[in-house]
Design a protein around this ligand. Sequence first.
Ligand code: GDD
Ligand code: MG
Length: 330
Amino acid sequence: MFAVVLVGGFGTRLRPLTAHTPKQMLPICGVPMIEWVVSHLRDHGVREVGLALGYRPDAFLNAYPEGQIADVPYRIAVEAEALGTAGAIRFAAQEMQLEDTFLVLNGDVLTDLDVSALVEFHVQHEAEATIALQTVSDPSRFGVVTTTDSGQVEEFIEKPLLGKSPSNNINAGTYVMNRSVVDRIPEGRPVSVERETFPEMAEAQTLYAMESNTYWLDTGTPEQFLEANLDVLQGRRKNKPAMPVASIHTTSKVEDSVIGTASHIDAEATVKQSVLFNDCHICRGATIIDSVLADEVYVGEGTRLEGCVIGSNQRIEAGVTLIGQTEPES
Ligand code: GDD
Ligand code: MG
């Protein structure tokens, strides 16, 4: 089966990490997010992937010049301007000449969803499209879905007002779609699958949803990005990649953190609940807590960073204390 992966968002909430890098190229325990997504699809029999984007296609083409991501061949559909989620699906389906039923994924979601079971559910229910659902305690940030007992979607409400949500089941961002869905999407303007296409299909009673409560995380914010890393580290995911190699002084203290390749942590430094990308240098006695540091960040002696997101190539001088700060990427 073919899978369209939506990777066109700007990742604004993850700035400065996304200033020059698309969100899906950010590393989760040293492995770019897109590889996590595609290798999971590969495990469920996906044979080819289409990346739908408008922003920085070169970041993917440079990282995967052989035309494969996690051993799966990929193609790219580049929108001249952002077409919205449905517009992007339509554009990619046309560019890639999709004729059969295909998968669609929000590229910023990490999940252990049983994609094969979703496809089976779709076929059994003779649905036009099928959505995977996840149960969450605060559904207001998501698409909220109510279904009949047989799984037919009654209502799809994108980001309902706080306290106005009819259910705690949310759109988990993985869909199976028949080709006919593409013809429902108007051409020539941005269209949201969540705000237009799905509500319309719910009305037409052709949209289904399958409940699935497995590992699931939207990685859109720095907190969630940290969580995604720690979830792998602490074994909450099925797979664990080879960990990057870093040098850590024996008198330093590193807890619940991912330290990227060729990063150095000097004596008596402390790193907790943090993610360091590659080639970072943490000097003696520095403390880093609840923070994300992109490539080649230098943190001076005795410096303290707490809840910070630091862009690549930044130099934080000795003795400085930064709390909850975001440093621009140079
Ligand atoms: N190609 C392309 N073009 N991709 C886009 C565009 C576009 O114009 N707009 C958004 N995307 C991609 C994003 O990169 C992301 O992978 C996916 O579509 C979803 O967009 P987000 O901006 O991350 O949406 P969200 O997180 O607020 O909400 C979506 O995901 C939730 C689950 O995480 C919705 O689908 C919700 O209904 C859902 O519950
Ligand atoms: Mg998202």
